[in-house]
Design a protein around this ligand. Structure first.
Ligand SMILES: [Zn+2]
Length: 496
């Protein structure tokens, strides 16, 4: 009973300090915590963030993993969709209902709202709020891990250790990462590690005692004796991120492997906190590429399985929280031209992410600058399964209509022009965003044929789910704000 009283007092203190949104009259959040708080305190906390991951992204992965054959559909469960507790969080930031990852990750890591683009500072860009990871390190001497499929000084991972007025201050964020004292960084590279004559961020990391490695064998042999580690994907893609899961081969280190090694490095008697971001769910959704988004989400789920394995070995001491930071792309299941049908199985025909396909195309165009649309269609069939009107395909659904074919031909012509010569009117932006007109039209056509629609190349205001398992999981039931995710964690782990 004593512990419960302390939890309630901590929460009341948080309300008094304005850290918890208090509705008029009785505080709903106080009621939830006082009625449902746990007697136990987790010692190992996993925070999984699917960037850009809301309900539809998750549901789409369940459909693709399940069965979408006409007449016999079934939905497959993911590891985290089977968690016993599900909640819902709102994602708006200080000034927008379509927030960015800097402000939303700051709310998740530190419990307050700020502007889009700002990391670890209040709306005045002066207030420095401690992150949960900084507090756990200082107050409880827990080990801390930060893992991401994108660069480790990108907005979401940075929100757990950095305080800067702009998420684009990559070098400054990198310096703060090297000085964080955190124990395990893993996944992508450091974005803009060099800045003129200043020391490389990698040099700063080594000076702070980090073992920096991108060697797969060395990464797979990391242990609790390895000390502080920066483990980087041996192969990088798309500005220093890990490759998309759809593009990976046996030489790559998967997100699940980075999480498993993170557990090995961080495991200790005092406790640890590991934040794991799947950042390219967001990037694929910006590009409206469902097959790549879903593959990364399934790889994210495999990484969550590693945490569940650990939780089962430490059932009285582990908490796993899985959530998104915002929705990206305005993804829907159901599209105008497919009506009440879906055919997700045709997504299986996509063999490379949009970015890998762009690279393949640019290599081919470099060798053959006069590549024709008919020649390009050979690649379209190989990488997307889509076939010209009237031709035979493995599935009739993959044969392009005359309308789709001419839409694709127009996009191809745009893609073959230098960027500066391409059409830049409002319709062109709605059709292609800032992406390669050819690949984005290919994913649009394949996605639409599968029954998937997109409304944006940016973030939307859709709330996101929170899935929890383990000690204190029940606190994450119900409907609340993203800042409450921090408050609930803070209350549970007992930091002030
Ligand atoms: Zn984004």
């Amino acid at each position: 009973m004593k512990k419960r009283l302390i939890l309630v007092m901590l929460l009341l203190a948080a309300v008094t300090l304005g850290l918890v949104a208090q509705p008029a009259g009785e505080s709903a959040t106080t009621w939830k915590v006082s009625e449902q708080s746990t007697e136990k305190t987790p010692k190992y906390v996993f925070m999984f963030i699917g960037d850009g991951m809301s309900h539809v992204q998750i549901n789409a992965a369940q459909v693709l993993k399940g069965n979408n054959t006409k007449g016999s559909i079934s939905l497959a469960n993911l590891t985290f969709t089977e968690f016993p507790v599900v909640g819902l969080q709102t994602t708006y930031d200080a000034t927008s209902f379509c927030p960015d990852s800097a402000s939303t990750a700051t709310s998740l890591s530190s419990g307050y709202k700020t502007h889009s683009g700002v990391l670890g500072l209040g709306v005045d860009k002066q207030f420095v709020g401690k992150t949960i990871t900084e507090s756990l390190k200082e107050q409880k001497d827990w080990k801390v891990g930060v893992v991401s499929t994108v660069t480790l000084n990108h907005a979401t991972p940075a929100a757990y250790y950095a305080h800067v007025p702009s998420r684009n201050n990559y070098y400054d964020i990198g310096v703060q990462m090297a000085n964080s004292g955190f124990d395990y960084f893993a996944g992508g590279s450091v974005n803009k590690a060099e800045d003129g004559g200043k020391k490389s961020i990698y040099t700063l990391l080594e000076e702070q005692g980090y073992l920096v490695t991108d060697d797969k064998n060395e990464i797979l042999s990391l242990s609790s004796d390895s000390g502080k580690v920066y483990a980087q994907s041996p192969r990088l893609q798309d500005g220093g991120a890990m490759p998309y899961a759809i593009d990976m081969d046996a030489s790559d280190v998967t997100l699940a492997q980075f999480v498993k090694k993170g557990i090995d490095v961080l495991d200790n008697e005092k406790g640890f906190f590991m934040m794991v971001e799947s950042g390219k769910i967001d990037w694929a959704c910006h590009a409206n590429d469902a097959a790549s988004e879903i593959r990364d989400l399934l790889a994210f789920d495999e990484a969550i399985q590693e945490a569940v394995r650990f939780a089962k070995a430490h059932p009285e001491e582990t908490l796993i929280v899985v959530t998104g930071d915002h929705e990206t792309g305005g993804m829907t299941i159901g599209f105008a031209s497919t009506g009440y049908n879906t055919a997700f199985n045709i997504l299986e025909n996509q063999k490379a992410s949009y970015i890998a396909f762009d690279e393949i195309m640019s290599d081919i165009i470099a060798q053959n600058p006069n590549l024709s649309f008919r020649q390009a269609m050979v690649l379209v069939e190989e990488y997307f399964g889509l076939a010209s009107p009237g031709s035979k395909a493995s599935d009739d659904a993959l044969v392009l209509s005359e309308f789709e074919y001419s839409r694709l031909e127009k996009a191809f012509k745009q893609a073959m022009m230098p960027e500066s010569s391409r059409e830049s009117d409002q319709l062109s932006y709605q059709l292609y965003g800032s992406y390669n007109p050819f690949s984005v039209t290919l994913t649009h056509i394949l996605n639409n044929k599968a029954g998937i629609g997109w409304t944006s190349y940016a973030h939307t205001g859709t709330p996101v789910g929170v899935y929890a398992y383990g000690v204190g999981a029940e606190l994450f039931a119900g409907s609340y704000d993203n800042t409450d995710v921090y408050t609930k964690l803070k209350t549970l782990v007992g930091i002030v």
